[in-house]
Design a protein around this ligand. Structure first.
Ligand SMILES: [Fe+2]
Length: 475
């Protein structure tokens, strides 16, 4: 939360006093995330040593104009040009969401249509409104999960399609399956109509077909959650990693690297959690990205760096997130390609779906057999549901875009996540699952929430295999 003392201290650090009404104005108009950047702009433009409300207003108006220009996205063709060659599919420059009721209706319709289309390849659903006339008969239905109620010997799934709502009774093993439903996912059910309910014989997830793994003659490095700007950023270990990429010590695998993929949380950000400023080495968000750009500039220029975003980055929090705004993108070298979250990228024939992984918190919390120590197992649940953030409105905010960009409508060769700061790799039906750790050791906040990171480990995909490299001895 912004308070008077924090604002006064921040100005004092720049060598300025601030008038109380200017403090009030800042509290009303600026959120915590942007305060460092606003203060730094004010201090660069004023001539006196006492900041007045007029000084604040003039900077806020100028920043608003810049933001408006960025929103108009005149740079989109340039961005598209930069990204050509790796064929990106993401929300950047395509967002239509205004948060109206109509947007929410369109969003859920899109989710239902896309997922039921996948299910309809395997089952022929009867509309829910027609079930009452089919008492005693076996039926197939497709619906969105409204909720699950737990009873001693069974569970009831409330399932909805465009024509109505029905209670599905799940017993024995199906009860266990029902209790793992997250809510808002689209599933199929085969069962028998009993009165106004359906007694389930099978629950069917959209799921993915089996894929063959690709053997390519170049290597792709997967990493994530660099958190540049944090006091806990592991600079020495990061330098070791970059030195490996530079082949400073001869290494056959490093020699093959053509891409480095980073799945978001590039910087630690500002105001992401309470009292974060205590964990920051760089407190200005712009300066954090300047530092990030300097670090990534060390990577050899013949390697393309694919940079996605996460919940610590300076972009809207609701998913799907566009790529970083132009003012930050411009800091990076030309071999850095900016993408949104999620983003499909084609890396020389390897189809990679990058997703920061915020929904993994919801999945791991809801399903007791899953854990943060084995994040790839939670990623399987996303593939089974063909959705990157199945539960609407828990810890993962979703923007109601007219199209649901979080549906996994195209099955990738690799699903790459981060966010949980642990390392886990697996294969599910031929798709590689990679959760690629972090470059930040445990923060005070993580200690409080009992999050034990496994920093400094990267995954390298080469010739159909994943190699695990550890640049941090303690991991
Ligand atoms: Fe992170």
């Amino acid at each position: 939360m912004l308070d008077d003392r924090l604002i006064v201290t921040k100005f004092a650090m720049h060598g300025y006093n601030v008038h109380p009404s200017a403090v009030e104005l800042l509290k009303k108009s600026v959120d915590l995330r942007k305060i460092d950047s606003v203060i730094s702009h004010i201090c660069k433009t004023v001539n006196s040593f006492i900041i007045t409300p007029e000084d604040v207003l003039s900077v806020l108006e100028r920043m608003k104009e810049i933001e408006k220009k960025v929103e108009k996205r005149p740079e989109k063709p340039k961005l598209e040009k930069e990204r050509r060659g790796i064929v990106v599919r993401d929300i950047t420059g395509r967002s239509s969401c205004e948060g109206s009721i109509e947007d929410f209706i369109c969003y859920f319709n899109s989710r239902f249509e896309k997922l039921s289309k996948i299910l309809r390849k395997r089952i022929r659903p009867t509309p829910i409104s027609m079930l009452e006339r089919l008492g005693g008969e076996q039926v197939e239905i497709v619906g969105m999960v409204n909720g699950v109620r737990e009873y001693k010997d069974y569970a009831i799934i409330e399932l909805e399609d465009k024509t109505g709502v029905v209670n599905v009774i799940a017993m024995d093993k199906l009860r266990d399956q029902a209790l793992e439903l997250l809510g808002d996912e689209v599933i199929g059910v085969i069962g028998v109509v009993r009165g106004k309910s359906v007694v389930a014989d099978r629950i069917i997830f959209p799921d993915i077909p089996i894929k063959e793994s690709k053997k390519l003659d170049f290597a792709v490095v997967f990493t994530s959650d660099t958190h540049f700007g944090s006091k806990e950023f592991l600079e020495d270990e990061w330098k070791k990693f970059v030195s490996w990429l530079k082949c400073e010590v001869r290494d056959e695998l490093a020699d093959k690297v053509r891409y480095v993929v980073i799945a978001g949380d590039i910087v630690d950000g500002v105001g992401v959690y309470p009292e974060q400023e205590k964990d920051l080495k760089i407190t200005d968000i712009y300066e954090q990205y300047e530092f990030a750009a300097e670090q990534l500039d060390e990577i050899p220029k013949d390697i393309k760096v694919i940079l996605s975003v996460g919940n610590h980055d300076a972009i809207r929090q609701a998913e799907p997130q566009p790529a970083l705004p132009k003012e930050y993108r411009e800091l990076f070298s030309k071999n850095v390609i900016h993408v949104g979250n999620p983003a499909y990228v084609d890396l020389g024939g390897l189809k990679v779906l990058i997703y920061h992984g915020r929904s993994l918190d919801d999945v791991i919390t809801k399903i007791p057999r899953l854990s943060y120590e084995r994040p790839h197992e939670a990623m399987i649940e996303l593939l089974k549901r063909r959705h990157l953030s199945p539960r609407y409105g828990e810890r993962s905010p979703i923007a109601p875009e007219r199209e649901d960009w979080l549906v996994i409508d195209d099955v990738p060769d690799v699903l790459h996540c981060g966010h949980v700061h642990t390392y886990g790799v697996g294969v599910y039906r031929g798709v590689y699952l990679i959760n690629s750790s972090t470059w930040q050791s445990q923060t005070e906040f993580q200690k409080k929430v009992n999050l034990n990171p496994m920093p400094g480990i990267v995954a390298v995909y080469y010739n159909g295999k994943i190699y695990r490299l550890n640049f941090c001895r303690s991991s």
